[in-house]
Structure formats: structure tokens, C-alpha cells
Design a protein around this ligand. Structure first.
Ligand code: UD1
Length: 352
């Protein structure tokens, strides 16, 4: 049983589900954490993800409520369907709830993206990924740093370095992205791409205003696909955006990769986009105080600038001078992570 619920998990389940179905029978569960068409269904259609076998329909809510609803509904689904292994991905509330549900029922958990750490416990994602790792039987790590992080926490059994499923997704879709008409009329390299949605930025008015202030004053257009959480927050705070910022609706996967590949630089607080920028060779400023994708920082392709207006402005200056680094197709397992995971999971299930 694989469990997904939020946008980044839809991207990752696309290659994973395809690989899994060559080896095992997959029961795909959608928790309903993300439900807007452009946050959910659009990804299933574009990435040809199989229709979920079970939809829990939990919707939005506080962390406690969302986690509790998933726990309750997923427990019932697991008791009814009796999966041999439950596969969880990443670090969202859906990840945490699914890992807990399975562990409590003594069903082995396989965690995809195990071992990542930002060492910042103010981030809900850090709590989710730590707990998921500590109840997992199979820890499927994207990087050697992740393996090392687990070892430092005493976790060595069931740990496998498999590479990153998001790399698989990028490689499997590059040709389609190249054929796509760009979602913007701006010429390649003439604009920045930006996203802001993390709780620590969006829910903190000071940080949010500092970030938006710099983006509005940028020397090039800043294309900002708007996450629903951010849109809601701006409405509440009565903030209207202007200056260099151009608001776009949430973008589908291929369109976003196209915008990213053509951008002069990326400014983001997303985990996945930092890595995608690194993969396609676009310089990135990460508007967070810590990142779990530390390998992107080495060599300066990605810089941590927090929500500090001066650091962000300096970072933009640096991007203008930075030569584009070459995209590396051998990174993160070179596109073979999903196949490795599928084989490990199937071998594990047969061995029980
Ligand atoms: C979640 C993940 C985050 C991930 C992000 C990707 C957690 C704790 N966070 O954050 O790690 O980077 O997904 O997008 O799981 N909303 C809608 N429509 C939707 C989805 C959300 O309007 O389809 C709005 C609702 O007002 C909701 C808010 O966005 O309350 C936040 O959604 P939520 O799923 O709680 O967290 P994200 O910020 O999306």
C-alpha cells in the first residue's frame, strides 16, 4: 500500500508506482490532504498516475485534526486490505499519519526519502520525517548524507542508499518538458522564478513581508506561482503584490519544470524545487534557515538566504554573475531509484 496526499508526493509516486507495479500489487491511497484540481488531479492526469484505489477525503485542517483523520480512516483501510508493506514518502502530515497507522498495526513501513534532516525542529516536516524514520523497517535513502544522519541516530538496520525518486521523475519527463510551449512570454534567462509556501515563512508576517519586499524590488520580473496557503494568508493580511512580481496560478509539473529550466534563477522555500533546480542547472536561493538537501549547497549552486532581505538581495546579485552549472544526470542515483525501491520492497515482502 502506497500513501500519498500532497503535491510533492504526486510527483514522486509517478515513477515509483510504475516501477512497483512491475514487481508487486499496489494499493494506492490518496489521503486528500491536497484537493484543489491544480494541486492534485492535474498531477494525476499529466503524470499518468493510476487512479487511487482508496481516497480518504480528509481535506485541510490543523496538523492535529488532519493527522488524526488520516490515522482513523487509514487504520480502517489497512485492516480491510491487509497490505504486506506500507510505503510512505517524504515528510508531510500524510507521511507521518500513514507511518504511524501502519506501525501500530505491526505492518512494516518503507520510508522513501528516509534520513533527510534540516535539524530545525520548528519545521513540521522535520518532526514528520524523524518520526517516520524511527518507525520504519525499510529506510530508502536518497543520499549518503541521509544514510549518515540515520547512523547518527542509531538506525542502521534496513537502511538502503537508493537515490532519489524525484530525479527519476525529472529524467522521465525531460523530453516532454522540452517539447512544451513555455507558460510565459518572457524570454529564457530574463526572469526569476519564485515560490513561497512554508509555514515558517507564510505564517510569520515579518518574514513574509521581508521576502515579498525584496521580490517586488527585483531588477527582473519575478514569476510567482501562488500556493493556496500563501494566497489565503495574503488575503487575510490585505497584502497586494506589485513591482516585479507576476502572480501565476499553481503550475502543473511539466510547466513548472519548463519555467525552472528557463529561469535566470530560482528563489524558493520548497525542498523539492531546490533539488530540481540543482538537477537542471538553475542557480537557487533558498529562503529558509536550513536545508535537508545539503549537497546542493556545496559549490554554491544553492545558497541559504533565510528571510533576510539583505541576504536575498546579495544572493540575487551573485546569481547574475554566476555561470550556470552543468546539469548532472548521474546525480541522485541517475534515475534508477524507483526500480531499486520496487525490488527491495518486493524482496522484503516475499521474505516475510
Ligand atoms: C504541505 C506539506 C509541505 C509540502 C507542501 C507542498 C505538511 C505539514 N506540509 O504543506 O511539507 O511542502 O504540502 O505543497 O504536510 N490548501 C488549499 N487547497 C489544497 C491544499 C491546501 O486551499 O489543495 C490550503 C488550505 O487552506 C490549507 C493550506 O493550503 O489549510 C495548507 O495546506 P496543508 O496541506 O496543510 O499544508 P501545505 O502548506 O500545502
Amino acid at each position: 500500500m502506497t500513501v500519498v496526499g500532497a503535491r510533492p508526493q504526486f510527483v514522486k509516486i509517478a515513477p515509483l508506482s510504475r516501477a512497483l507495479r512491475r514487481h508487486v500489487r499496489e494499493i494506492l491511497v490518496h489521503t486528500g490532504q491536497h484537493y484543489d484540481r491544480d494541486m492534485s488531479d492535474a498531477f494525476f492526469a499529466e503524470l499518468r498516475i493510476p487512479r487511487p484505489d482508496i481516497h480518504l477525503g480528509v481535506g485541510s485542517g490543523s496538523h492535529g485534526r488532519m493527522t488524526a483523520l488520516i490515522l482513523e480512516r487509514l487504520e480502517a483501510a489497512m485492516l480491510a486490505r491487509k497490505p504486506d508493506v506500507v510505503i510512505v514518502i517524504g515528510d508531510t502530515n500524510s507521511t507521518l499519519a500513514a507511518a504511524l497507522s501502519a506501525a501500530k498495526l505491526q505492518i512494516p513501513v518503507a520510508h522513501v526519502e528516509a534520513g533527510l534532516r534540516s535539524f530545525d525542529m520548528r519545521m513540521p516536516e522535520e518532526i514528520n520525517r524523524r518520526i517516520a524514520d524511527h518507525v520504519s523497517a525499510l529506510l530508502l535513502c536518497p543520499t549518503t548524507d541521509a544514510v549518515r544522519n540515520l547512523r547518527a541516530e542509531g538506525i542502521t538496520k534496513g537502511v538502503h542508499l537508493v537515490g532519489d525518486v524525484m530525479m527519476d521523475a525529472v529524467l522521465q519527463n525531460l523530453a516532454r518538458v522540452r517539447r512544451l510551449r513555455s507558460p510565459t512570454a518572457h524570454a529564457p534567462k530574463s526572469y526569476y522564478l519564485a515560490t513561497i509556501h512554508r509555514q515558517e515563512n507564510v505564517d510569520d508576517e515579518g518574514r513574509l513581508r521581508a521576502i515579498l519586499g525584496v521580490l517586488q524590488g527585483a531588477s527582473r520580473p519575478v514569476l510567482l506561482p501562488m500556493h493556496p496557503r500563501t494566497r489565503e494568508r495574503l488575503r487575510r493580511l490585505r497584502i497586494t503584490l506589485g513591482g516585479a512580481i507576476e502572480i501565476l496560478p499553481p503550475q502543473p509539473y511539466l510547466g513548472m519544470l519548463r519555467l525552472l529550466g528557463d529561469a535566470r534563477g530560482l528563489l524558493t522555500d520548497s525542498g523539492g524545487l531546490q533539488k530540481e533546480a540543482f538537477i537542471v542547472g538553475t542557480p537557487c536561493l533558498t529562503m529558509r534557515d536550513a536545508t535537508e538537501w545539503v549537497e546542493t549547497l556545496r559549490g554554491g549552486a544553492n545558497r541559504l538566504v533565510g528571510a533576510d532581505a539583505a541576504k536575498i538581495a546579495r544572493g540575487l546579485g551573485a546569481i547574475e554573475k554566476l555561470p550556470r552549472h552543468r546539469p548532472a544526470s548521474s546525480l541522485y542515483g541517475g534515475g534508477r531509484a524507483s526500480g531499486r525501491i520496487a525490488r527491495l520492497v518486493s524482496r522484503f515482502a516475499r521474505g516475510r
